[in-house]
Design a binder for this molecule. Structure first.
Ligand SMILES: [Zn+2]
Length: 195
C-alpha cells in the first residue's frame, strides 16, 4: 500500500507578513517530544538519508534548477544527518521541478511512503515550485530569489519527511519572511526523524 502525502504552501504577502496555509490529504503520526512541532503531518523517512538522490523534471529551466540547487546546498550544509545529490540518470522518480498554476500556492511536495506503518520509509518524493505565482528567478516583485529559495527549502523539508513548524523555521506555517538557511527548529525536526 502506498500512502500519499500532499502538502501545499500558500502565501499571501502583506508587506513583510506572509500567511501560509497547507492542505493535507492524509494525516499521519504525531510527534510531540521536540521543540519542532510537526502539527501531526510529519512524514515517513528516507532509509538512507545521507544518500538521497534527485533529478529535475524536463520542463525545469536552468534558473529554476539553480533555485532548487541553492536550497539543496543550504540543507546539506545545515546538517550531516541528510545529504541530497543530483543524479541525472536516477531511475526512481524523485523529482524537483516547477508547475504553473494561477493561484497563491507557492510550492508543493509529495511524499510516497512504502509499507506505511511497517517500515515508514519513503519510496519516492517530489517537490515543485509554482513559477506562475513566484515569478521568474532573477526578477524581483512580490518575491525575489531569497523568497524562492526559502520556498524551495520548505518543500525540500517536506521531501525529507518534515511537517510544519510553529516556530521560526523554513518549515514554519505560516512563515514570516525569507530565511537564509534551515534554523535550529528545522534541524530539531531532522534530528527527530533521523536520530
Ligand atoms: Zn508546507
Amino acid at each position: 500500500m502506498q500512502t500519499i502525502f500532499y502538502m501545499s504552501l500558500k502565501v499571501k504577502r502583506i508587506f513583510y507578513l506572509s500567511v501560509l496555509s497547507f492542505l493535507i490529504i492524509m494525516n499521519i503520526g504525531v510527534y510531540t517530544a521536540y521543540a519542532y512541532n510537526d502539527d501531526g503531518d510529519m512524514g515517513c523517512v528516507w532509509e538512507n538519508p545521507t544518500s538521497v538522490e534527485y533529478k529535475y523534471t524536463s520542463d525545469t529551466s536552468s534558473d529554476w534548477r539553480n533555485i532548487h540547487a541553492e536550497s539543496v546546498v543550504k540543507w546539506n550544509n545545515a546538517t550531516s544527518k541528510i545529504n541530497m545529490s543530483y543524479d541525472y540518470n536516477l531511475s526512481t522518480p524523485n523529482t524537483f521541478g516547477v508547475f504553473q498554476e494561477n493561484s497563491n500556492t507557492l510550492g508543493r511536495a509529495f511524499v510516497y511512503c512504502k509499507n506505511f506503518g511497517t517500515s515508514d520509509y519513503i519510496s519516492s518524493a517530489d517537490a515543485g515550485l509554482n513559477e506562475t505565482s513566484l515569478g521568474q528567478p532573477g526578477t524581483s516583485g512580490t518575491y525575489d530569489d531569497s523568497d524562492r529559495i526559502t520556498v524551495a527549502m520548505h518543500e525540500h523539508g517536506h521531501f525529507l519527511g518534515l511537517g510544519h513548524s510553529d516556530y521560526y523555521a523554513v518549515m514554519r506555517d505560516p512563515y514570516v519572511d525569507a530565511i537564509s538557511a534551515p534554523t535550529s527548529d528545522d534541524l530539531a525536526g531532522i534530528n527527530s526523524l533521523y536520530p
